[in-house]
Design a protein around this ligand. Structure first.
Ligand SMILES: [Zn+2]
Length: 119
């Protein structure tokens, strides 16, 4: 059994101690960060493909915007996934984003530490 799985099983046990919970949170956090990074890489790859396609079209003077739209839709889907992961990360960190300036603040904060706007 992998260490990760062991930790998860342990933490599911009733009365699992805080240390185990903490390490599980850490694992979850690093998993989420890794996923986030791979989404970012995938998005950058698509950006590059879009660039190549546009240049190819420019050279051949045959513009096919549908192809570009397809790539853009893929990016949009990935951005959506990223938003979900970001939410999970914020939840794990007990943080939220300021509605106005977007800076990370305490989940329970009623006002932003940076811009002072109510939340
Ligand atoms: Zn703010």
């Amino acid at each position: 059994m992998s260490n990760k799985l062991k930790l998860i099983k342990l933490s599911l046990k009733e009365g699992a101690d805080e240390a185990v919970k903490k390490s599980q949170e850490l694992i979850e956090y690093s998993d989420l960060s890794l996923t986030m990074a791979s989404y970012n890489n995938a998005i950058n790859d698509i950006y590059m493909e879009i660039g190549k396609k546009v240049y190819k079209m420019y050279k051949s003077k045959e513009y096919d915007s549908e192809k570009i739209v397809k790539y853009c839709e893929e990016v949009k889907e990935l951005e959506e996934e990223k938003r979900k992961i970001k939410k999970k990360i914020l939840k794990l960190k007990n943080k939220k984003e300021c509605k106005i300036c977007g800076v990370l603040i305490d989940k329970k904060a009623q006002y932003c530490d940076k811009c002072g706007n109510p939340q």
